[in-house]
Design a protein around this ligand. Structure first.
Ligand code: B4P
Length: 189
């Protein structure tokens, strides 16, 4: 079993590199951003709540997010048996502690944290470009800057959390998508 957390700021390439990891390692992919956007599209109560936070560039509250992740893991127990790519979760220390608990209750744990590091200026350029192509409502310059600030305040401290556990694999997230993936493979193998 191989459980990988893919970690980085908004626009660092988490979703992009997750797709390549799925192809190569045949793991089950959980993107909390995708789960929330799916609820938003379907107009569920959760989707309506999530939208108000996402459009403000804020994180969804931890208790809600942790419940969502637990139910996704339970729902996909069979597909997740070879391992999971956690894309966008955890984003706070309480989420990371909850993930440790959830995985240990299931007899497993996090094996690697792939930390994609990209300068803030490049993140803004990438996300503005994506916003123009996809129309994603949180990919406008004002919200992007808020998301990056939230990342530095609440999510970046997780780097130290995972370094202390010997799990953090630093990957330079600039350059070609394939080149970055080669570096990830080397770090995992
Ligand atoms: P996410 O969906 O996770 O959005 P994201 O951080 O922007 O990353 P994403 O994976 O989509 O983009 P990527 O970097 O691959 O979260 C959205 C929102 O949901 C959050 O702001 C929050 O409100 C909420 N949320 C989600 N999880 C939560 C949690 N656990 N707790 C609380 N709230 C949560 O790619 C970005 C762009 O860069 C793409 O266009 C891509 O083509 C491009 N790109 C990638 N690699 C590149 C490269 N090497 N060179 C050039 N461009 C590249």
């Amino acid at each position: 079993m191989l459980n990988i957390v893919i970690f980085g700021a908004p626009g660092s390439g988490k979703g992009t590199q997750s797709e390549k990891l799925i192809e190569n390692y045949h793991l089950f992919h959980i993107s909390t951003g995708d789960v929330l956007r799916d609820h938003t599209r379907r107009g569920t109560e959760l989707g309506k709540t999530a939208r108000t936070y996402m459009d403000q560039g804020q994180l969804i509250p931890d208790e809600l997010m942790i419940d969502i992740l637990a139910s996704v893991l339970d729902e996909h127990r069979d597909e997740a048996k070879n391992g999971v790519i956690f894309d966008g979760f955890p984003r706070t220390i309480p989420q990371a502690e909850a993930l440790e608990r959830m995985l240990s209750e299931r007899g497993t744990g996090v094996h690697h944290v792939v930390g994609l590091e990209v300068p803030d200026e490049e993140l803004v350029v990438r996300l503005v470009k994506r916003g123009q192509l996809s129309g994603r409502s949180d990919d406008n310059e004002e919200t992007i800057k808020k998301r990056i600030a939230v990342y530095h305040n609440l999510t970046a401290p997780l780097k130290e959390f995972y370094q202390e556990r010997g799990l953090y694999r630093l990957i330079r997230g600039t350059g070609t998508i394939d080149g970055i993936f080669e570096d990830i493979k080397k770090a995992l193998d």
